[in-house]
Design a protein around this ligand. Structure first.
Ligand code: SF4
Ligand code: SF4
Length: 74
């Protein structure tokens, strides 16, 4: 696991988005609301950009997105 210890990333929250692949319906709503463009076309999360704002969690119609601790990224 790589931790974000760089001072360049110190503004990032300790939380990041995680998408449950089994629940996701690929509607792309989460991508549309992510102001940091942290969700890639394949719906993987760019952890260097995700600020943990939770917008994607709120908009997902099937509750497939949650916030996890950055330290728990595998
Ligand atoms: S938590 Fe915020 S920054 Fe991170 S992927 Fe979701 S909308 Fe984007
Ligand atoms: S909003 Fe939810 S269902 Fe739609 S693409 Fe994102 S994670 Fe998948």
């Amino acid at each position: 696991m790589t931790t974000q210890s760089s001072s360049l990333n110190s503004y990032l929250s300790e939380y990041v988005a995680k998408i449950n692949d089994k629940s996701c319906r690929h509607c792309d709503d989460c991508r549309k609301v992510c102001v940091r463009e942290a969700i890639r076309e394949n719906l993987s999360i760019n952890y260097n950009e995700c600020s943990g704002c939770g917008n994607c969690v709120l908009v997902c119609p099937v509750m497939a997105v949650s916030l996890i601790k950055r330290a728990d990224i595998k």
